[in-house]
Ligand binder design. Structure first.
Ligand code: SF4
Ligand code: SF4
Length: 422
């Protein structure tokens, strides 16, 4: 497994200098890349004695990038030599995890942990939402070989009402948090070896339970699409051998072919939050969401940071820290920063196309009592088609924030842990 291209890097520092989060000078950026490269080379095969662990932690904590990166992917696209500097950061986080484990607050996003966010949120779901989740988990019994299937993604499963719509009546929906969002958020946490286990397990699942029962998968979350399409095959040699189509392409296709009939214009000023994983597919996803916004009759107001330069929704701020006690506040601060940038555009609403971002930004909206509405792109299409979306994001955001807060307090006294992929 080799993620960063060590041979090609000339230490120019451009990657970190252009970082939309860190605001480093040219000199600081050059120093950072040099320090990280020397550090990772020196520590990679060193032992794990208490003294070596302490030295490793000292190295991580001395780096602005390794303690403040928001896991946004952008620097990969700022490097003209194709080195993947973001993946170098992940390699460092992986080494940190191997030595120190993961802070207990992260148990919330680990599906095999007893008190994970899916179990904790379950008590807030309506009976209809619970019924939908059960139906999505048991999809394989209903499939035939000609089907396209929609993959919900684990974070969509925290808001099942989001895709409870007539528009999706024709397409079978499959979703369980046990697929770990195809390892997307685990990848951002830098647990590169755990991601490999998840990929291997997911392949087994697809082969044993779903093989021959569908011919195309449409992941609702770009994270899942990017993991299956690029990360697993290119960096882990794990090939799903499945035809994949991003949800935005599917939605645009349905609109252009008039398979989704629109009956009114949504005259709103809309700003768009481009998610971190979408950057890996490039312009085509950015353009698709903008085309859809225009098809439904809305006007686009771009944020200062958009497309390749877009700021993270907040989640990624929890992947790096000096002290794990600050993880929740880093996440909330990051998402409030995003929300404020959206408010500055004077748009009436911010549109997201990742349900993970929707969860995080809805929490921030609930805390900040922000007036800007947040919609998933899908909800705008529903409205243009004459449906009223359930739109329970602020309520669910508050519920999830409370869960995070309570679990954070409990986690302060818990030790770091090792992730088990059962
Ligand atoms: S990763 Fe690329 S942009 Fe960054 S220092 Fe190396 S060559 Fe320059
Ligand atoms: S991933 Fe994003 S936040 Fe992290 S160093 Fe690269 S550009 Fe900056």
């Amino acid at each position: 497994m080799k993620f960063f291209n060590f041979e090609e890097c000339n230490l120019c520092g451009e990657c970190f200098q252009k970082c939309p989060e860190l605001k480093l000078s040219e000199k600081e950026a050059r120093n950072e890349i040099k320090k990280i490269l020397e550090g990772i080379k020196g520590f990679k095969n060193s032992g794990h004695s208490e003294k070596k662990k302490a030295n490793f932690l000292k190295f991580i904590n001395s780096s602005e990038v390794l303690t403040h990166c928001s896991s946004c992917f952008s620097c990969n696209f700022f490097c003209s030599r194709g080195c993947n500097p973001y993946f170098l950061i992940l390699e460092c986080l992986n080494e940190k995890y191997k030595r120190l484990g993961l802070p207990a607050i992260n148990k919330l996003v680990i599906p095999t942990e007893r008190k994970n966010i899916w179990q904790e949120t379950a008590r807030h779901l309506s009976e209809e939402e619970k019924r939908l989740l059960t139906e999505w988990q048991n999809l394989e019994k209903k499939l035939n070989a000609r089907n396209e299937i929609l993959l919900t993604g684990c974070f969509t499963n925290l808001m099942p009402y989001l895709i409870d719509t007539k528009i999706l009546m024709e397409i079978p929906i499959f979703g369980t948090h046990r697929l770990w969002c195809s390892g997307g958020h685990i990848f951002q946490l830098g647990l590169l070896d755990v991601v490999k286990e998840i990929g291997t397990k997911n392949i087994e699942f697809f082969n044993n339970c779903l093989k021959g029962k569908f011919n195309k998968v449409i992941p609702i979350m770009d994270a899942e699409y990017i993991m299956m399409k690029y990360i697993y095959p290119e960096y882990y040699g794990i090939n799903f051998n499945i035809e994949l189509e991003p949800f935005l392409f599917w939605l645009k296709r349905k609109l252009k072919n008039k398979e989704i009939q629109l009956n009114k214009n949504i005259n709103k000023r809309i700003t768009i939050h481009d998610n971190c994983f979408a950057k890996a597919e490039g312009e085509i996803l950015f353009n698709s969401v903008r085309e859809i916004v225009e098809i439904i009759g809305s006007e686009i107001k771009e944020m200062k940071h958009n497309k390749y330069n877009s700021l993270c929704c907040g989640f990624g701020h929890g992947c790096t820290y000096k002290n794990p006690i600050f993880i929740p506040s880093r996440i909330i601060k990051g998402s409030i920063k995003k929300l404020k940038e959206a408010e500055k555009t004077r748009a009436e609403a911010m549109v997201v196309y990742c349900s993970g971002c929707l969860v995080i930004l809805s929490m921030a909206k609930a805390i900040l009592k922000s007036k800007i509405e947040i919609y998933h792109i899908f909800e705008l299409v529903q409205m243009a088609a004459g449906e009223t979306p359930h739109h329970l994001h602020t309520k669910r955001g508050k519920e999830i924030f409370k869960i995070m807060f309570v679990n954070f307090i409990k986690s302060i006294w818990e030790k770091n842990f090792i992730v088990k992929v059962k």
